[in-house]
Design a protein around this ligand. Sequence first.
Ligand SMILES: [Zn+2]
Length: 207
Amino acid sequence: MHAITRSGWIEVISGSMFSGKTEELLRRLRRSEIADQSVAVYKPAIDDRYGETTIGTHTGREWDAVVVDNEGDGPRDILDHHDGESVVAIDEANFFSNTLVEVAQSLANGGSRVIVSGTDQTFRGEPFEPLPQLMAVAEYVDKLQAICSQCGEPAARNQRLIEGEPAHVDDPTILVGAEESYEARCRDCHTLLTGERPESHRNAAQD
Ligand SMILES: [Zn+2]
């Protein structure tokens, strides 16, 4: 008789901003904690909205997280840090390089349940790597809907606003430290500036 070695799997929680992705991630982690499963949580170094060592939601709930370099080979640090936890959660996955895909695969192959949360569309409404690849290789995908801030219909898009104005189509995908805000919007209400890029955007978005 051989011992049965079960592989793990990948779950993706995606959707627009304000769709409750992190809330859903934390809900799943709490269930694991109740079952006494070991849990490790990672988040990208780029996101310091809730401090360096926690993930949180807009409602203020938090979970301890390890901050990982999100660029280039940085996500491999998750493998170095991995200590056999049965559940590995990765929040804000859209800020990670595509290396996250092989990291998630490696963890799942090694027997971990990998839960990845992140938005799947850029502010332009285009696929936001690495989420599309993660969704393709995952066993389970949940795409959550927000509510459109303009019309109240289900919203799947991220409306970026810079100083209250829609972002320009040529603005960079990831802005750090810019005066920007986001709303969830439906396909009809989502807008992008085109034509000449306003001076204010060039100041706010140095790429
Ligand atoms: Zn709408």
